[in-house]
Design a protein around this ligand. Structure first.
Ligand code: SF4
Length: 206
């Protein structure tokens, strides 16, 4: 839990909750330690509610982040509770669970949606077979429901090219989604293997 975040939701002050579990395995994942849904949780929901009661009037909303927060079906009830307390609800997702997303939509005020790659290259980044269709279905749901949406792409130069970024924007434009915001790789929170790979990557001089 990040009790006072100014960076997880544009122009909003939020409490950010990092929900464990993700079906994908992006090498650059910066929350590597919480990808396993079976590791013991660190913060009980009651503690979150206690904090939110103290934050009323001081923050705008709550961001459910991860991992992949849609992996936890209880997110629906949690979002409803957050809304009942008078806060806005934000979500960070890669869209791996469109059915859960559909149930969450009535409570959503904003979504930061990770676009991993051009659709054809999705599995190379997620390291899971057939990962693009779920992301496409989720994105379509958000667009159809006109949810306030930011798309963003982590740019790992060993996985994506400049041409891929252009292709992503073209594919997003084709479905009426906003262009993606490119985010640089961060090594904080990544696996030791990724840190090593990152350390050994060729240095480009300009
Ligand atoms: S989808 Fe997000 S949380 Fe899941 S492995 Fe990829 S970067 Fe990590």
């Amino acid at each position: 839990m990040e009790p006072f975040s100014t960076v997880d939701w544009p122009d909003k002050i939020a409490v950010t909750l990092f929900l464990q579990g993700c079906p994908w395995q992006c090498e650059y994942c910066h929350n590597f330690d919480i990808l396993d849904p079976k590791v013991p949780g660190q913060i009980p929901w009651s503690e979150v509610l206690e904090l939110l009661e103290k934050r009323q009037g001081l923050i705008d909303g709550v961001v459910f982040s991860g991992g992949e927060p849609l992996m936890q079906p209880a997110i629906i009830e949690a979002a409803q509770t957050v809304k009942d307390l008078g806060f806005l609800v934000g979500l960070h997702t890669g869209g791996a669970y469109p059915k859960t997303l559909e149930k969450l939509i009535p409570y959503l005020d904003w979504v930061g949606f990770d676009i991993k790659a051009p659709w054809e290259k999705y599995d190379q980044v997620t390291l899971r077979r057939n990962s693009a269709p779920a992301a496409q279905a989720s994105l379509k749901l958000l667009l159809d429901q006109q949810i306030d949406l930011q798309t963003r792409t982590t740019f790992d130069k060993l996985l994506l090219t400049d041409h891929d970024l252009k292709l992503i924007d073209q594919q997003l434009k084709n479905i009426g989604a906003p262009p993606t915001i490119v985010q640089e790789i961060r090594t904080l929170g990544t696996s030791d293997e990724f840190k090593e790979r990152y350390r050994q990557r060729p240095v480009v001089s300009y």
